[in-house]
Design a protein around this ligand. Sequence first.
Ligand SMILES: [Mg+2]
Ligand SMILES: [Zn+2]
Length: 215
Amino acid sequence: MSILLAIDFDGTLATHDTVDWFSARWAPEDFEAADQALANGEITLDACLAQQIANITATREEIISFLVDTVAIRPGARELFAFCAEHDIEPIVVSAGFESLIHAILQAHGFDLPVSAHEVEFGPEGMRVRFRERALCDHCGERCKRDEVAKLAAGRRVAYVGDGYSDLCAAEEAEVRFARASLITHLEREGFSYVPFENMHDVRIGLADALGVAP
Ligand SMILES: [Mg+2]
Ligand SMILES: [Zn+2]
């Protein structure tokens, strides 16, 4: 009865999409243009990410301090991870954002979780993405999280928690899906079942339901 719980970070475990959030703060025009191009299907998610941050010359310390001050972890996370520990569920953050920034936010809120994400380099010319190696996906044509989650699961059942574009493909493959925001729209349209969530208590209760145990 072992389960992998793959959790998106931006807008899912965290209250904000952190990359959108600091990009809109430091490079609002680039943010708008990249976001619109992604929505129009003109660029991939990876290209969107690179464009959003390319001209930001803030330091790592400035970005982290802004994020730690303004981004919270959704309520119920502590209870969710305690539930996971009791029920042989492995939680891992699988993100299309930046690992070191995610760790900094998690640590500031007293959490320590494994994180699989891209990385970022800061420099006087702007921020550059160091992309995590993800396979080009047969289903969506992007370097999405689907294959990585399957590999991490290594045959275990998968529960997936997400909210948006980076989750559309990986969530489809999961056995139990927790969704909010645009992931709900996508799963509804494609005919997949899901449990709606607004906080991590909802996720814990949904997992308990799926396992037939007390939350
Ligand atoms: Mg997200
Ligand atoms: Zn995919």
